[in-house]
Design a protein around this ligand. Sequence first.
Ligand code: PBG
Length: 331
Amino acid sequence: MNRHYPNTRLRRTRATTWSRAMVRETVLTPADLIWPLFVTEGEGVEDPVASLPGVSRWSVNGIAKRAKEAVDLGIPCIALFPNTQADKRSDDGAEALNPDNLMCRAIKAVKDACGDDVGVLTDVALDPYTSHGQDGLVDASGYVTNDDTVAVLVDQALNQAEAGADIVAPSDMMDGRVHAIRMALEMGNHPNVQIMAYSAKYASALYGPFRDAVGSGGRLVGDKKTYQMDAANGDEALAEVALDIAEGADSVMVKPGLAYLDIIWRVKQRFDVPVYAYQVSGEYALIEAGAAAGVGDRDALLMEKLVAFKRAGCSGVLTYHAPLAAKLLGG
Ligand code: PBG
C-alpha cells in the first residue's frame, strides 16, 4: 500500500480521546495482572520491605485479606513467596517439604477465604528455604546440582499442590524439572494443577529487592549464573521454552520483563502457549525511585511499561504494582 500525505494524515485518528480509544490496538485490563505477595510469620503483621517502597510482607491472615482485595479489583491470580525464619532454613531446604510450612498455611488461608475466585501461583525453588540462598542443593565444590535438586523440587511442588496451589511455577532453571513435576502431579491426582514455567529466567541484577524480601539476599554466596541464563542469549531462550512445553508446561514466563521484550516477542511468534512476563522487584523499585526523583509521573510510568508487555505478546504480567494498576484501570 502506497500512502501519501495529505490523503493520509496519521494524526487524524490521534486528534481526540474518543478516536484514540477507537483505534487502540492493545488493551490492558485487571485480568492481565498477577500480584506477587510476600508472606511472613506472626499474627496481624505488616512488615514493609525497605527496598520495595509500598510493598510489605504480610502474615497469613493479611495474605488472605490481600487475596480478597485482588478478587475485588478483578485480579485473577496471586503469587506467594515466603520469608522463612532463619531457624527453619537449612543446607537442603527441607522446610520446603513441610506440609505445615508458612507457604502451605498461606495457600490454605487464601483458598479458605476466596475459593476459586482467585488463582494461587506458587514458586518452586529452594532459595527461600536454604541457608545459602541458592535455588537448589549445593555440592562440596559449591555447584548447584541438577538431578538431585529436581527430586526435591518435585516433592516441593507436590507439597504446594496438596495445600491447594492452582499453578506451580518452577523458577529454579534446573534441566528436566517440568517433566518430573508434571509426572508427579499426574500420578499424585492433581491433573488440573497448571505449570507456569519460568522458562527464560535470566541471571539478572534486578532481583536484589526480592532477595531482601524473602530474606535470602544476605545469605547468597556467589551468583546463580550456572543455572539462570546469560543476558546476551536469545536463541537459547527459545530452546528453553520448547523443552518446557514438551515437558508439560501450560504457560511460560520470561523474566525479568522490560529488558527482555524481544524474547517475549520471539516466544509469542514461535509458540502457541500463553506467555507471561515477570516485571521483577528491581523494575518496580526503579519505577518508584524514578518517580521520586522527578523522572515522570509514577502512574504514567508504570502503565506505559505494563502495556508494552501486552503489545509484545504477553497474556499477563506479574507485577508488584498490580493493585495500583488495577485501580488505575478502574477495577
Ligand atoms: C527464586 C525467585 C527469584 C525471583 C522470583 N523467584 C529470585 C532469584 O532467582 O534470585 C525474583 C523476583 C523479583 O525480583 O521480583 N528462585
